[in-house]
Every structure is written in C-alpha cells, then in structure tokens.
Design a protein around this ligand. Structure first.
Ligand code: SF4
Ligand code: SF4
Ligand code: SF4
Length: 177
C-alpha cells in the first residue's frame, strides 16, 4: 500500500477550494495552510500556458524530514503517509530546513504541522478533504501499489512530472501535464 495523488494541471483553475477545505477540515489556525496554490507560466510566447498547481507535502518515499528529526516525531505510517506526533516535537525546525518543498510550518503552539493526506478520513474510506471538494475533479487519490486504482491508471496513461526531482526525495504527488 502506497498512497499518492495525481493532480491534473490542465483542469486545475486555481480556485483555492482545496486550500479552504483543508483549513476547515483540519482546524488550521487563521493565516496558516497545509496546502497552497502555485502559478507558473510554461512554454515560450506565443504558446505559453498558465499552470495552476495545488501543492502540499509530497509524502516522499525518501524522506529527509524523517531522517533529520532528532526525536522521531516525524515518522512514516502505513501507506507511506508522513506524519508529525505533536507531543514528541521539540520545535527544532530540522525537518523544515530539510524539506525541499517548504511543506511544513511552525504551529503557534511550538510544534511543526503539515499535510497528513487527511489520514483520519482515508481510514474511513473517504478521500482527503481537498480531493473531495475540487469542482473540476482534477485531483485523484489512492493506492499507487494497486495497478487498478484510479490514481494508478491515470498516472500510467498520462504524461506527468514531480516537483524538484533533483532532490531525490521520490515525491508521491504526480502533476499531470
Ligand atoms: Fe485546482 Fe481543484 Fe484546488 Fe481548485 S480545488 S485550486 S481546481 S486542485
Ligand atoms: Fe518530508 Fe517535505 Fe517530502 Fe513532505 S514534502 S515528506 S515534509 S521532505
Ligand atoms: Fe522533529 Fe519537531 Fe524537530 Fe521537526 S521540529 S525535526 S518534527 S522535533
């Protein structure tokens, strides 16, 4: 079992519904977010394309954030989801420094927070909150080890990229292009 996500950059309109859904579902403090929207321009004039991307922790297979954590607060759970145990986090910031995606932030209570792939929902057979509200249905979540899952099929049938592949972290979020 390896959870992952595919996000179709051709269908994402940058509406930020996924960001608001995450903030609401996970009671994120005002002014903070576990996911965010990035806009980049791809191509050369006159065939340029504006790309919106919904970004979050990539739940990497090779995890500098887990390796550098001195207390074990950052850890991997079943399905390859990377989590932080609040009461074991001493707020040293090593994981934040080591993440190439800037996917973590300091909670005002002194621990580090990030996307959990909404594992509390996934354990109940639901999609992560962001996926469940996307109005263009451009997000796919599921088991990448299951060749018959929707996410595996779309990753197998479309061109895709991962962010910062040079970092060697083996991200589990695939941006369909
Ligand atoms: Fe893109 Fe869907 Fe997020 Fe809107 S909700 S920004 S369409 S991924
Ligand atoms: Fe760790 Fe950053 Fe990868 Fe998430 S995106 S697993 S925080 S290195
Ligand atoms: Fe681990 Fe917390 Fe330090 Fe991050 S801030 S490396 S989770 S102890």
């Amino acid at each position: 079992m390896r959870y992952g996500m595919a996000i179709d950059t051709r269908k994402c309109v940058g509406c930020s519904d996924c960001v608001v859904a995450c903030q609401t579902e996970n009671n994120i403090e005002h002014g903070y977010a576990r996911d965010w929207i990035t806009e980049t321009v791809e191509g050369i004039y006159p065939t340029m394309v504006l790309e919106h991307r919904s970004e979050r922790c990539n739940h990497c297979e090779n995890t500098p954030c887990v390796r550098t954590c001195p207390t074990g607060a950052s850890h991997v759970i079943e399905g390859g989801i990377i989590k932080v145990t609040k009461h074991e986090c001493i707020g040293c910031g090593a994981c934040i420094e080591s993440c190439p995606y800037d996917a973590r932030y300091f909670h005002t209570e002194g621990w580090v927070d990030k996307c959990t792939f909404c594992d509390h929902r996934v354990n109940n057979g639901q999609d992560p909150a962001c996926v469940s509200v996307c109005p263009t249905y451009c997000m796919y979540f599921g088991d990448l080890d299951d060749k018959n899952s929707e996410v595996s099929k779309i990753v197998a049938s479309r061109k895709w990229k991962v962010l910062a592949p040079e970092a060697g972290t083996k991200p589990q979020i695939f941006y369909l292009t």
